[in-house]
Design a protein around this ligand. Structure first.
Ligand code: G4P
Length: 497
């Protein structure tokens, strides 16, 4: 790889902003884009959040899907750096989408509403970051409102998010008196009595920022500000580009892949169906893990064992989708797809590699899916299979009677599936409620015990989409009984263990 190519990789910063809905993610994203000169007026970034009140408004969902493809990845240059912001859906029913997006980032910025503190969605997303040791920075937003005390906010973040905090900036005050922030390593000569006391406490309690501890995911640098008023945002951005990691090595089943390797590798973390129901084409989003991706070059689709080349790959600059000739490790390329890809697929220059870290999580809600139009059985099957490949929900097939079960994170996904089956596949489905607690992927060194278990529990057994055995526990009690009775079997709530 040439030095120029290596430089391209080193200057990349690919990250996601995560937060509970309404904490200010969209506003902050927009301000970052303004600093990068990628947009010129405030209000240009449409929030891709599906309002919680609109849970059964399908048209709204469709509209939102249109917006969210435009804002899926926002790339821009800022000083010497190339920044890629990956958007994450705000609605909790799409949590799994967000988890997968987090597998494609090298770091994250957590936005917390300083009046509300740490909220549920932030906590859940942070769990994923912790699991993956993703470095995170925290932005305490809305300091222009009367909110919680900054020290209490940091205590709360430490406790609730399980990460040590180190403040980097500090606000002059809060609420109506909030005007500015200053860097703690470059304090103003004159400080009010209150701020002097704050400084003493900070110096006494918090260690100096340790970049290594940040990069290993143990410490989060903390910033205060107001995205809305554009205060404290540039301090965050400058610190971010200087300290956030360039593309990190990625673990594959076979070996660790380093970004500056000669060969190209990448994995698909998201598939976005086209808005136009007449052309059932999708965009498959690939995170480039190593090397350089080039247009019209043959790459190996590892699962299919096929060579493929792409004449119109797209990259995302600000909110425009543009055809690109080349993209580097750290970048996201969108590949037009007509059903060749599914989540987790790998493309390489030729090597057989399988990237890890795209597990399925046990769904929270389950329903039987039945055909409601006998003439359209084939369409229904095709539609269900493609939607599952896109990662909209998970499909299980009962080992007892072959019935299909769809598992989701929330009710909204059932509505999306039904709507899309009708509009894109001309198929009709019916749902039948199913009382279910968790889907558990089972594993044991003891083949005999697994065998006995499967025989005894046939009515609870299903196959997932890859044909793996899954135990469908209909209550916490049934699960704990199974765990007691079969001590040599491990029950996992994710498909990767
Ligand atoms: P989200 O993407 O995380 O869901 O949040 P978003 O940026 O849409 O912000 C949610 C609301 O919070 C918006 O108000 C936004 O203007 C406001 N907000 C964001 N940052 C700040 C801040 O620093 N200070 C204050 N006071 N408010 C902030 P809204 O009324 O829901 O929408 P809008 O009418 O302002 O667009």
């Amino acid at each position: 790889m040439t030095t120029a190519d290596q430089q391209e990789i080193l200057r990349r910063r690919t990250f996601a902003i995560i937060s509970h809905p309404d904490a200010g993610k969209t506003t902050l994203t927009e301000k970052l884009l303004l600093y990068g000169g990628a947009i010129h007026v405030a209000g240009a970034v449409k929030s891709n959040k599906i309002r919680r009140t609109a849970t059964s408004d399908w048209m709204e969902i469709e509209k939102q899907r249109g917006i969210s493809v435009a804002t899926s990845v926002m790339g821009f240059d800022y000083s010497d750096y190339h920044i890629n912001i990956l958007d994450t859906p705000g609605h909790q029913d799409f949590a799994e989408d967000t988890f997968r997006t987090l597998t494609a980032v090298d770091s994250a910025i957590v936005v917390i509403d300083s009046a509300k503190g740490v909220e549920t969605q932030t906590r859940r997303l942070m769990e994923v970051c912790r699991m993956r040791k993703t470095p995170v920075m925290i932005f305490m937003n809305k300091m222009d409102r009367e909110g919680k005390d900054p020290f209490d906010l940091m205590d709360e973040a430490e406790k609730e998010l399980g990460i040590h905090c180190v403040p980097i900036t500090w606000a002059n005050d809060q609420g109506l008196r909030f005007e500015s922030v200053f860097a703690l390593n470059n304090r103003p000569a004159e400080l009010s009595e209150k701020l002097q006391a704050d400084m003493e406490l900070i110096d006494g309690v918090y260690p100096a920022f340790d970049k290594r501890a940040y990069l290993s995911g143990d410490v989060a640098p903390v910033f205060f500000g107001s995205a809305y008023k554009t205060i404290g945002v540039q301090e965050l951005l400058d610190f971010f580009v200087q300290n956030a990691p360039s593309p990190r090595p990625v673990a594959a089943e076979e070996r660790t892949v380093y970004p500056n390797e000669e060969g190209f590798t990448g994995f698909c973390f998201k598939i976005h169906a086209n808005m136009d129901p007449n052309h059932r084409s999708c965009i498959a989003f690939f995170k480039i893990c190593s090397g350089k991706f080039e247009r019209n070059t043959y790459y190996k689709h590892v699962r299919k064992g096929q060579q493929m080349r792409f004449s119109s790959p797209t990259c995302f600059m600000a909110q425009k989708k543009e055809t690109v000739d080349e993209a580097y490790a750290g970048d996201i390329v969108g590949l037009p797809d007509t059903g060749n890809f599914k989540i987790g697929d790998t493309l390489t220059s030729g090597e057989d590699l399988h990237f890890k870290g795209l597990p399925s999580f046990s769904p929270e809600m389950f329903k039987y899916i039945d055909n409601a139009d006998p003439m359209k059985q084939k369409q229904l099957e095709k539609g269900v299979n493609q939607l599952m490949d896109e990662g909209v929900a998970q499909l299980f097939v009962s080992q007892l009677n072959g019935r299909k079960i769809i598992g989701t994170v929330g009710q909204l996904q059932f509505e999306v599936i039904q709507y899309r089956l009708e509009h894109e596949y001309q198929a009709k489905c019916k749902w039948q409620p199913l009382q279910m607690y968790k889907a558990c992927w089972i594993e044991s060194d003891d083949a005999k015990e697994i065998d006995t278990f499967k025989k005894r529990k046939t009515q609870y057994m299903a196959f997932d989409k890859e044909g793996r055995d899954v135990f469908m526990a209909d209550s916490a009690y049934i699960l704990s009984m199974a765990q007691q009775d079969y001590p040599n079997i491990k029950f996992h709530f994710t498909s990767e263990f």
